[in-house]
Design a protein. Structure first.
Length: 434
């Protein structure tokens, strides 16, 4: 019943598999205000978009896709507000999406008139499924849509007041024959004739994630090795997450040659979302590489995100979820408590605490309320840790096991998590007041 809808490139190497980790932050582009916003039950209002934009700037995004101005009045007015209220810092580039249709391109340029620097992002769909079922056009006709759009962008950029550069996306790239995708991108590049001083972006989406991450990465490698004007082209990827592999796809794509990643905070976006930039950035940090984005205040960022998008950050969302640094189980608590003790004793500078991938403090979490929490699964290590950390009680080794069982038993009976105060109360009732 299911056909595999992706295309392997004609030549595949495994060169990039030998790279172990991403050594340098890619160029990040947030598409929260466009792909993320268009997937919301209730898209953000103008004021909400302004607040979200400011948060993205504060996190450190230098490239932000702000919308599809020809698609709605709010999107258009938002772009105008950013320009007219002078809200775009000099080192930030805004980007707007347009289909390759004349009236839409013209309206898009009206929206960005006067921008100090904006990227006009042109797209049309190229996959077999879209060509045959949606557009009912031949390969040549689809290529002509892209080339005509590219020419119109070139003309209008010269006529309209402002400083513009270009991006092209063959939408549904991963479902397109690779030699044809390459021809379409090269034809667009022949119109724009980029130079090192006037670069363009070729953005390669897994519009619907339809292949395993290494397959998409080989597609990126093929484009990286065969695109014309390569030195003047920024290769961007735009992974979606339909198979749940968006993060792996983005990481392997960078190893295979991509320079830039389009994604969103917490993976908001169409269907299962766009790739989650928070996870990508924190994965880099856990390898000791500066991602050049500041998530030291991740709790606050999640709260603002939840308020503005009306979406939820799940409790097991990597790095951001309420429970992702928490251990309830006895053996994990014991190992963490011992790791923390080694750290406190100055035995290691680098973060190597078992079971916790990064230092929670780096993203604004605390050890006390986030890491060791007590329920019926907990053990002596966790209970002693709570009594020591919160109440300065250093239990003798011989007592730890018994106190652990006493506390655990209460949680088992009550079917409840026990707060540190409750743990202390149990200890006090049995060992001090008794
Ligand atoms: O997912 C996609 O293909 C897109 C394009 C418009 C870049 O969002
Ligand atoms: Zn998308």
């Amino acid at each position: 019943k299911y056909k595999r809808q992706y295309f392997m490139p004609p030549v595949v190497t495994t060169d990039w598999v030998k790279k172990e980790y991403i050594e340098k932050a890619p160029i990040w582009c947030s598409v929260d205000l466009r792909d993320g916003n268009q997937a919301l039950i209730e898209p953000m209002s103008l004021e909400e978009k302004l607040e979200f934009f400011q948060m993205l700037v504060d996190i450190g995004f230098k490239e932000i896709e702000v919308g599809f101005p020809a698609a709605s009045e709010t999107e258009y007015n938002f772009m105008r507000a950013l320009i007219e209220r002078n809200m775009i810092p000099d080192d930030v580039t805004v980007q707007v999406l347009t289909q390759a249709r004349e009236h839409i391109i013209k309206k898009t340029f009206e929206a960005v008139k006067g921008a100090k620097h904006a990227v006009i992002h042109l797209y049309n769909s190229t996959s077999v499924a879209q060509r045959e079922q949606v557009f009912k056009k031949s390969k040549e006709e689809i290529m002509k849509i892209a080339v005509d759009g590219a020419k119109l962008l070139d003309e209008l950029a010269k006529e309209v007041d402002g400083n513009f550069s270009f991006e092209y996306s063959p939408e549904s790239f991963s479902g397109t024959e690779m030699d044809y995708a390459l021809d379409v991108c090269n034809a667009v590049l022949d119109v724009w004739k980029p130079t090192k001083d006037n670069k363009v972006i070729i953005n390669l989406p897994s519009t619907v994630e339809n292949a395993m991450p290494h397959v998409f990465a080989t597609q990126i490698e093929y484009m990286h090795k065969n695109l014309k004007y390569r030195d003047a082209v920024t290769i961007s990827v735009h992974p979606h997450n339909d198979r749940g592999c968006g993060v792996a796809t983005a990481e392997l794509s960078v190893l295979a040659g991509a320079d830039r990643i389009e994604g969103t905070l917490f993976g908001n976006g169409e269907r299962t979302g766009n790739v989650d930039i928070v996870t990508l950035a924190m994965n880099m940090l856990s390898h000791g590489v500066d991602p050049k984005l500041d998530f030291s205040n991740l709790n606050e960022i999640s709260k603002v995100y939840e308020r503005l998008t009306r979406m939820k950050v799940g409790p097991r969302q990597p790095y951001a979820g309420d429970l992702v640094f928490t251990a309830f189980s006895g053996s994990h608590q014991d190992a963490i408590a011992k790791g923390m003790a080694c750290r406190a004793a100055g035995k290691t500078d680098e973060w190597t605490v078992p079971y916790i991938p990064i230092d929670p403090v780096d993203i604004g979490r605390t050890y006390d309320s986030d890491v060791i929490r007590i329920n019926s699964q907990s053990g002596k290590g966790g209970v002693s840790y709570i009594l020591k950390q919160n109440f300065g009680l250093d239990l003798p080794d011989k007592m730890k096991e018994e106190v652990g069982y006493t506390v655990k038993h209460v949680s088992d009976k009550e079917h409840k998590e026990l707060s540190p105060d409750w743990v202390y109360q149990i200890f006090e009732d049995k060992y001090i007041n008794d």
